[in-house]
Write a protein that binds this ligand. Structure first.
Ligand code: ATP
Ligand code: MG
Length: 187
């Protein structure tokens, strides 16, 4: 194959169309589907940044792997201290505001090809972050940047803005059969 043809077949980053991708619904697989996208994007030479609005109990498998893949892949669990205690909504709102500031910086930095805002749908649904603020900000992003938003209860304004929305429907979950969270599957 002549060199010129090979060159012409390579994807042109200038022609990339950044997508707004939403993984929502009550079934398991929203965060892991976003990590699957990250895996695919990393293989294409993209840089990926993931911010977690809700931090789990454990240091997850994905965080341990991301730390080895830095700086191509970064995961920042910021929901530390997030109580989800409606008795202290001020603290939760303040925590959310801090994470949103970091999200905006990551999106406008130009350092990444994909930014994943994990569980952001949940804080919007709780009323801690205004979906219209998020929508207006996302409209100003570099049009080549892919942004993934995960979590149950994606607000209508986010769904309207998105290019791709998937709802995961639960059919069976091992929790219902009394099976405890499994390492490598849940965390
Ligand atoms: P994952 O991170 O495994 O992709 P998720 O992002 O879709 O899950 P979340 O809404 O973030 O799910 O919920 C966090 C935890 O709750 C996960 O460990 C998940 O397995 C569990 N979970 C999700 N859906 C259900 C369900 N329908 N019943 C019970 N537990 C669930
Ligand atoms: Mg999740």
């Amino acid at each position: 194959m002549p060199e010129e043809t090979k060159e012409a077949e390579r994807p042109d980053p200038k022609r990339r169309r950044g997508l707004i991708i939403v993984n929502t619904g009550d079934g398991k697989g929203k965060t892991t589907a976003a990590l699957g996208l990250a895996f695919r994007a990393l293989g294409s030479g993209f840089k990926v940044f993931m911010l977690q609005y809700i931090k789990g109990k454990w240091k997850t498998g994905e965080k341990k792997l991301a730390d080895k893949l830095a700086p191509e892949m970064q995961i920042l669990p910021m929901g530390d201290g997030f109580t989800w205690d409606t008795k202290n909504p001020e603290q939760d709102i303040a925590t959310t505001a801090k994470i949103w500031e970091v999200s905006k910086q990551a999106i406008s930095s130009g350092d990444y090809d994909m930014v994943i805002l994990d569980e952001i749908n949940v804080v919007m649904k709780l009323g801690y972050l205004d979906p219209t603020v998020v929508v207006e900000f996302l409209k100003t992003r570099d049009p080549r940047l892919h942004v993934v938003l995960t979590g149950r209860g994606a607000p209508p304004a986010i769904i309207e803005l998105a290019d791709l929305v998937s709802e995961i429907v639960p059919i069976k979950h091992p929790f219902k059969a009394g099976i405890k969270a499994q390492q490598g599957i849940e965390f």
